[in-house]
Ligand binder design. Structure first.
Ligand code: UDP
Ligand code: MG
Length: 320
């Protein structure tokens, strides 16, 4: 008999008590049609403060396909993805949101494409942003444009974290142990062949998005500073330009004083110039500070997450 391949579904959850069971039902439905594959659902409870963990445990009692790992506090979705993929024991691992915004109906196609062996990863991107605020869509698109210009990382518009990968890709991803994790960038960084599937945007089943506008803005800046040195180069460029201008002014003022003497005038313009240059200096220092802060976070080598509870035994972990 042909050996059955196993798919691990990694699902980060943060305060998603209403979605846990609904999600599993949909998955079970889709996977029952996937006759040649076994599957496991690996919930990562990212320090939820509601009944998320209780819901997961209840589900796990009745079904051995349900695995979970619970964090000691909220470490963020990126940490949850890392933990989940680390514990995934399947031949293939897929990353999905628990709010069913990532249509499970794509899973069979993803598995088939991986089976064909032409790629190491199948990712999904949404072709529209139905149900999303206009301002958010606008800034989101702009971010990806700027990101593509500033970095070598190519993230297509509307790309989600939703993807299925084989062990080769997964092990590559796990080698990236950095603390500042911008997963979309990391997924691109590992390379390999990726096939993109397209789908229409799905609205959240229950609850609200965990991302406020400001959280998203901070996340995008994080992404840029993690994957690009261009801001530092720009800061250096501005500095060089102003040095040159200052030198030019020095010569002009010196020559003028020699020719026409030195009447005391031009106080307002002096102040303006001082203020402007001071401002630019602080701006550039800020950019430098961003890199320093990132470096500081990395050299501390703090763990990406801390586990409080899990039903994954260490034996399986070793195999994985
Ligand atoms: N999530 C998480 N930790 C967080 C924030 C979110 O694990 O700190 C999970 C969340 O439970 C969901 C997924 O990440 O499964 C995506 O979050 P959300 O749906 O809020 O984001 P959106 O789909 O709006 O981008
Ligand atoms: Mg969502």
């Amino acid at each position: 008999m042909k050996e059955m391949k196993k798919i691990s579904l990694v699902v980060p959850c943060y305060n998603e008590q209403e979605n846990i069971v609904v999600f599993f039902q949909r998955i079970a439905q889709v996977c029952s049609s996937l006759k040649d594959y076994d599957y496991e659902v690996l919930y990562v409870d990212d320090g939820s403060t509601d009944h998320t963990l209780a819901e997961i445990k209840k589900l796990a009692e009745g079904c051995d396909k349900v695995k979970y790992i619970s964090f000691s506090r909220n470490f963020g979705k990126e940490a949850a993805l890392y933990a989940g993929l680390q514990k995934a024991s399947g031949d293939y691992a897929a990353v999905m949101d628990v709010d069913l915004q990532d249509p499970p109906e794509l899973l069979p196609e993803m598995a088939k494409l991986l089976d064909a062996g032409n790629c190491q990863c199948v990712a999904a991107r949404r072709v529209d942003r139905r149900g999303e605020g206009l301002i958010r869509s606008f800034f989101s698109r702009k971010f990806y444009q700027i990101f593509r210009i500033l970095t070598r990382v190519q993230i297509p518009d509307g790309a989600r974290d939703f993807r299925m990968m084989n062990r080769t890709f997964l092990e590559g991803f796990l080698k990236l142990k950095e603390y500042n994790r911008f997963s979309k960038g990391l997924f691109d960084w590992v390379g390999y062949s990726v096939i993109w599937l397209e789908y229409e945007n799905q609205e959240r089943t229950q609850g609200k998005t965990k991302w406020s506008f400001w959280k998203l803005l901070a996340y995008s800046l994080d992404g840029i500073f993690s994957f690009s040195n261009v801001p530092a180069v720009i800061a250096g460029g501005i500095g060089t330009l102003f040095c040159f201008l200052a030198f030019l002014f020095l010569i002009i003022i010196f020559a003028r004083a020699l020719l026409f003497g030195d009447p005391v005038a031009g106080w307002p313009s002096t102040i303006c110039i001082i203020l402007m240059i001071g401002g630019i200096q602080l701006f550039c220092l800020g950019i430098l500070g961003q890199y320093l802060a990132k470096t500081y976070a990395e050299v501390k080598e703090r763990p990406i997450y801390l586990c409080k509870e899990t039903n994954i035994d260490s034996e399986q972990e070793e195999k994985a």
